[in-house]
Design a protein around this ligand. Sequence first.
Ligand SMILES: Nc1nc2c(c(=O)[nH]1)N[C@H]1C(S)=C(S)[C@@H](COP(=O)(O)OP(=O)(O)OC[C@H]3O[C@@H](n4cnc5c(N)ncnc54)[C@H](O)[C@@H]3O)O[C@H]1N2
Ligand code: MOO
Length: 409
Amino acid sequence: MQLFEKLMEYPDAERLVLDNTHRLPVEETPLGEALGLALAEDLRATVDSPPFDNSAVDGYAVRSADAEAGRTFRVVDEAPAGRPAEKSVGEGEAIKIFTGGVIPEGADATVMVENTSGWGESFELKKGASPGQNIREAGQDTQKGDTILRAGTEIGAPEIALAATQGYGTLPVFRRPRVVVLSTGTELVEPGTRDLAPGEIFDSNSYAIVAQAREAGAGARRLYAASDDAGTLRAAIEEALETADVVVTSGGVSVGEKDLVKSTLLDLGVEQVFWGVKFKPGKPLFYGKRDETRFFGLPGNPVSAMVCFDLFVRPALMGMMGREDKGRPRVPVYFEEDVVNKFGRMHAMRVSLERTERGWLARSVGAQGSGLVSSLTKADALALIGPESEGVSAGEPVEAIVLREEKLL
Ligand SMILES: Nc1nc2c(c(=O)[nH]1)N[C@H]1C(S)=C(S)[C@@H](COP(=O)(O)OP(=O)(O)OC[C@H]3O[C@@H](n4cnc5c(N)ncnc54)[C@H](O)[C@@H]3O)O[C@H]1N2
Ligand code: MOO
């Protein structure tokens, strides 16, 4: 069994992951499936939007020159949304119009029905109208040929709406990475299937990792939990390889005799980029590549698996999708007391955050064991307590990676 040689410094490992990540190919993706992806090209307006002058209200289209309070108008036609009127508006005439209806020939204003005597074949105007009143002009929103979205923009709901106004049925985006998640460990039991026998635990990592991958915008699926047996593991990894851009395993990556993930990957021709990081939680992290596929061997300890996903896998997935905002936001924080780092590795300490006059105050969420899943539900950020120092003094600034971005609002 191979032991760790020299552990890699955390920033070097972070950089190596990104340096060995490539953008996935550009694909014309249906509008409804583009959420969270990044545009590969600038997008231009194909039409003026709105395409025609239209009414902002339900009421009547009139000539503003005639529109004095107290005057009576004759209704000669109607213009609901989607069906332009056939007639034009002459002096003393009006056309019944609804919101979104095309402004008829001759009219230059619309009046709300509330400012008239009501719906009918004729009506009396209660309030005068000015030219252009309640008219939404053609091209007010976008004009044909304008660049409406820049390459690199992340597609959210407003971008989908804007592209749809221009008739785009698909968008040129970097393809969504396909992540296959495989948890390993003979002790693992599928949640919801049966009670635990002695020595067993429920498989929480594969569910957590799939959720994190989807949060990052990737497509992700779980494979079954594979037992710590070389044949089973090899078959599972081969199955994952059929569809995956990124294979993420959990467990079996440390130095125990049952830790077979690394040797199995190497047997399958995966090239090791690094194994072992001077980082807690997540010392045994493995990163490798084979052709276009990338492999992350996350440690089995649930907190280590989730923290390593956030700090290493998430930026890689975002890079593959062409997203500019690859990492979590980082802010300087301080502690009220001295904090000791006794691990000899960079400690990503789970902390809560509170905004104070001096900046962000960090407090440890409590015990920092790598198996304490509940601690992650209380953490707002990971404070990076460096390996070279043995800790930080009260009030000293420290960089923290913010996990709950809503905290910063
Ligand atoms: N002699 C040494 N032992 C260990 C070292 C070391 O340097 N020398 N490093 C420790 C560190 S740090 C970590 S982290 C763990 C990681 O080990 P593995 O990646 O091999 O993980 P396992 O041993 O398979 O599991 C660790 C722990 O996590 C539980 N686990 C595993 N999979 C799941 C899952 N899918 N859901 C929930 N929990 C899971 C597993 O039962 C173990 O309790 O190694 C240390 N040891
Ligand atoms: O570094 Mo391991 O990740 O303690 O827990």
